[in-house]
Design a protein around this ligand. Structure first.
Ligand code: C2E
Ligand code: MG
Ligand code: MG
Length: 679
C-alpha cells in the first residue's frame, strides 16, 4: 500500500489540484451560510461580525486546501491538524461538528471522483478518505488535550485552596493556574469601592494593560449602576444578579461597547464575569476573564469550569473575607487531629416547647487537642476542606447513631440530629454513609435528622440534591434547615425546598436583651411564615429561662440553648434526662420577656379582629398574659398597672388608632425596662 503523501499520491492529486481551492471555498462558504442557527456551528457563526465570518471562511478553506494538497507531508499535516484542532476547541467546534462537516465534504469529493476514469478515481478516493481520517483523529486528540488541561487546572486550583490561608494568596494562586490555561488572554479580580466603582486588585495575562487603560481613563471602570453604560456590561450585570454572565461576541454585539478600543487592541473577543457571592447572597468580589476566541466561554466544558470557579472561590473567599484568617500551620494541625480520629461529639438536647418532652438531641463535633482540650466547632470547621468535612461527618454520624441507640436501650427514646454541609445532599457518598451508619448501629431512620446549613453557593446540582433528599425522606429521615435568618437567601429558598423543619438562628435571639422587641417580632413572624409552609420551627440560642418562655409563647415548636441545656458528653445525658423539668406555663409568663411576647401576640390578634368590632370588645375586656404577669410578678410597678388600663380603653378604638399606638409603645417601653433590669 502506497503512502497518501508525496510520490504517487502527489501525482494523483495534481490531476485536480488546480480546481481544488475554489471548490473548497465554495464548500466552506455554503456550509457556513446554510448552517441552522440552533446547531453548535450555527451558534458560532452567529457570534461573528460579517468581516470575521469572511475571514474565517477563507481561513478554513485555505486549511482544507493545504490538507488535500499534493505537497503536504504527513508530519506537516499532523502539525497543522493539531493547531486547527486547538482553534476549533477554543471557539467551541467539537468532534461531532467536525465529523459531520467531513462527511459532507467526502460526499462532495466522491461526486467529483466519479467524473474520472476508475483507475484514477479509486486511488484518489483512498487518498482523500485517509487524509480526512488522519485530520479528524489529530484534531480530536487536541480537543481531548484541552479537556484534560481543564481537569488539571481544577486539580491545581484545589491544591491552591488547600494550601493557602489568605484571600490574596488564594486569588494569586488561582490566577497563576488560569494563566497557563489555553485560550485565556487576561483576567481581573475586582471589588467595589463605596461609590460603586469596581477596583482591580489583581490581574493575569494582559489584564494589567487593560487595567492600565482603565486607570488612564481610556476605557471606563466597571460600574454597579445599571443606568450607566459602564454598568451594563457583563461585569455590572453579573455583580447585580449574582450569576455568571458571558459575552461571547465581545466585538459584535453591544456588550463590549465602552471598552471596545482597548479590548480590540488587546485582541479580546469574549468575556466572562464571575461574581463571588457571600453567604448572605451578596456579591463580594468579581472575576473577569477575557479570551481572544469568540465563544470561548460558551462551550459546555468551559461553562462547567466557570461554575466550578464560582462555587469554590465564592465559598472560600466568603469564608476568608469574613472569617478570621486561619494560619496554614493551624489548619494542618486540625487536619491531622481529624486524621488521627481525635474527634469528640457533644450532645445538646432540644425541648418541645409545648409539652416539655425532649424529641431530639443535636450532635456537635469537637476536636481533641494534644492536652485533651476540646476545640470548638467554629474554630476548626472553617479550616476543613470538602474531604475533611466528609470524614468528620462520617465519624459524627457513626457516633451519633450508636449513642442514640444506646440511649434507647437505657429507656430514653429520642432522635439525634447531625449537621451536614448542604452540598452533601447532592452527593451519593453522603447518602451511602448515612444509610450505612443507620444499618450498622441498628437505628431506625426516623430517629435521625439531618441539619443542613445552606448558603447560596450550595445550589449547584439541584437535580441530584432533590433526588437524594427524596430518598432520605422516603426512608423517614427528616431534613431541617439550620441557622435560618443568618442568611437572607435561606428565607427565599424555603419556599422551593421541602424542609421538614427550620432552626431560627441564634444571632436573631441573641440581641433579645438589648433589642427585645425586634428579636421577638422576628421570631413571631418567622414562626408564622414557616408554619404556613408546613414545617416545624426550632429557636436556637435560648440562653435563659426568659427566652425559653418567650419562644414558647410566640408559638415556636422547639427550643435549644443554654437555658435548656449546655452541649454535654454522652455520659452526662442519662442524668440530664432524669432531672430535667420544663417549667414554662404559656398561660402565665413569669418573665418580662415572656410578658412582652404575650403582648406582641395580643397586639397581632387585636389587629386581626378589626373587622369584628363586637369580638374586639370582648377580646379587649378579657384577661391577658400581660395582666397576669403584672398581677403576679410585677406588682411593685404601679405604673405598668395604670398603663395596662389606659391601653385597654385605647384599644377599643382599634389597633390602628393613634391613641392605641401611643399606649402600645408606652407598654413596650415599660416592659423593655423590666427586661434590662433582668426581670
Ligand atoms: P449549629 O448547628 O447552629 O449548632 C448550634 C451551636 O450553638 C452549637 O455550637 C452550640 O453549642 C451553640 N449553642 C447552643 N446553645 C447556645 C446558646 O444558648 N447560646 C449560644 N451562644 N450558643 C449556643 P457549636 O457546637 O460550637 O457548633 C457551631 C456550629 O458548627 C454548628 O452550629 C454547626 O453549624 C457546626 N457544626 C458543629 N458540629 C458539626 C458537625 O459535626 N458537622 C458539621 N458539618 N458542622 C458542625
Ligand atoms: Mg445545627
Ligand atoms: Mg444552628
Amino acid at each position: 500500500m502506497t503512502s497518501v503523501y508525496g510520490g504517487e499520491a502527489a501525482e494523483l492529486l495534481r490531476v485536480w489540484s488546480a480546481d481544488l481551492p475554489a471548490m473548497l471555498h465554495e464548500f466552506v462558504d455554503g456550509t457556513y451560510r446554510t448552517v441552522p442557527a440552533d446547531t453548535p456551528l450555527g451558534e458560532i457563526v452567529a457570534r461573528l461580525t460579517p468581516d470575521q465570518r469572511t475571514e474565517l471562511i477563507a481561513r478554513e478553506a485555505a486549511y482544507l486546501a493545504r490538507v488535500f494538497s499534493p505537497e503536504i507531508s504527513e508530519a506537516e499535516h499532523r502539525s497543522a491538524a493539531h493547531d486547527a484542532g486547538r482553534t476549533h476547541a477554543l471557539v467551541g467546534v467539537g468532534p461531532q461538528t467536525l465529523t459531520e462537516t467531513y462527511v459532507q465534504l467526502q460526499q462532495r469529493f466522491h461526486a467529483i471522483e466519479r467524473t474520472y476514469p476508475p483507475e484514477v478515481a479509486a486511488p484518489l478516493s483512498r487518498i482523500l478518505d485517509l487524509r480526512i481520517l488522519l485530520d479528524l483523529s489529530a484534531q480530536t486528540a487536541t480537543l481531548g488535550e484541552i479537556s484534560r488541561s481543564i481537569t488539571i487546572a481544577i486539580t491545581q486550583i484545589d491544591a491552591v485552596l488547600a494550601n493557602t490561608a489568605g484571600l490574596d494568596d488564594l486569588i494569586r494562586g488561582t490566577f497563576a493556574v488560569l494563566d497557563g490555561l489555553d485560550g485565556i488572554a487576561a483576567g481581573l479580580f475586582l471589588r467595589a469601592d463605596d461609590r460603586g466603582e469596581l477596583q482591580v486588585e489583581a490581574s493575569l495575562g494582559s489584564g494589567d494593560r487593560y487595567h492600565h487603560a482603565m486607570e488612564e481613563g481610556r476605557i471606563p471602570k466597571i460600574n454597579l449602576d445599571p443606568e450607566l453604560s459602564a454598568g451594563q456590561g457583563p461585569g455590572g450585570r453579573a455583580w447585580r444578579s449574582g450569576e455568571i454572565v458571558t459575552a461571547n461576541a465581545w466585538m459584535n454585539v453591544g456588550e463590549g461597547l465602552p471598552w471596545r478600543s482597548a479590548a480590540e487592541e488587546l485582541g479580546y473577543r469574549a468575556a466572562a464575569a464571575i461574581p463571588l457571592v457571600d453567604s448572605s447572597g451578596r456579591t463580594a468580589a468579581l472575576i473577569m476573564l477575557y479570551s481572544g476566541y469568540p465563544g470561548f466561554f460558551a462551550t459546555n466544558r468551559i461553562g462547567k469550569f466557570l461554575g466550578y470557579l464560582q462555587q469554590v472561590l465564592g465559598r472560600e473567599s466568603a469564608l476568608r473575607i469574613h472569617a478570621p484568617v486561619i494560619p496554614l500551620r493551624i489548619r494542618a494541625a486540625y487536619r491531622s487531629l481529624l486524621r488521627e480520629q481525635r474527634v469528640a461529639v457533644l450532645y445538646q438536647p432540644l425541648v418541645d416547647l409545648r409539652d416539655g418532652s425532649v424529641p431530639k438531641i443535636e450532635a456537635l463535633a469537637r476536636l481533641l487537642d494534644e492536652n485533651d482540650e476540646l476545640i470548638p466547632a467554629d474554630a476548626f470547621i472553617p479550616a476543613l476542606g470538602e474531604e475533611d468535612l466528609f470524614e468528620l461527618t462520617r465519624s459524627v454520624l457513626a457516633r451519633a447513631c450508636r449513642d442514640c441507640r444506646a440511649l434507647e436501650r437505657d429507656g430514653v427514646v429520642t432522635s439525634v440530629s447531625v449537621n451536614i454541609p448542604a452540598h452533601a445532599l447532592g452527593e451519593s457518598r453522603y447518602r451511602d454513609t448515612i444509610f450505612r451508619a443507620l444499618r450498622e448501629h441498628e437505628l431506625e431512620p426516623r430517629r435521625l435528622v439531618l441539619e443542613v446549613l445552606e448558603t447560596p453557593l450550595d445550589t449547584i446540582d439541584t437535580a441530584a440534591r432533590t433526588s437524594i433528599a427524596a430518598e432520605l425522606r422516603a426512608a423517614g429521615i427528616a431534613v431541617v434547615q439550620d441557622d435560618l435568618g443568618s442568611a437572607h437567601s435561606s428565607l427565599v429558598r424555603l419556599d422551593s425546598y421541602p424542609f421538614d423543619g427550620v432552626k431560627i438562628d441564634q444571632t436573631l435571639v441573641r440581641g433579645a436583651r438589648e433589642k427585645p422587641l425586634r428579636s421577638l417580632e422576628f421570631v413571631l413572624y418567622l414562626t408564622r411564615l414557616v408554619h404556613a409552609l408546613g414545617a416545624l420551627v426550632t429557636v436556637e440560642g435560648l440562653e435563659d429561662a426568659a427566652l425559653v418562655e418567650a419562644a414558647a409563647i410566640l408559638g415556636a415548636d422547639r427550643g435549644q440553648g443554654y437555658g435548656i441545656a449546655q452541649p454535654m458528653p454522652f455520659s452526662a445525658l442519662p442524668a440530664w434526662f432524669g432531672s430535667y423539668r420544663y417549667e414554662v406555663d404559656v398561660q402565665s409568663p413569669r418573665s418580662a420577656l415572656g410578658a412582652l411576647a404575650g403582648f406582641l401576640l395580643w397586639d397581632l390578634q387585636l389587629g386581626e379582629l378589626a373587622r369584628w368590632p363586637n369580638l374586639a370588645e370582648q377580646f379587649v375586656g378579657a384577661d391577658s398574659l400581660l395582666e397576669r404577669y403584672a398581677g403576679r410578678h410585677a406588682r411593685d410597678d404601679a405604673t405598668l398597672g395604670r398603663l395596662i388600663e389606659r391601653n385597654r380603653i385605647a384599644a377599643l378604638h382599634g389597633a390602628h388608632d393613634a391613641r392605641y399606638r401611643s399606649t402600645r409603645s408606652d407598654i413596650v417601653r415599660a416592659l423593655r425596662a423590666h427586661v434590662h433590669d433582668g426581670r
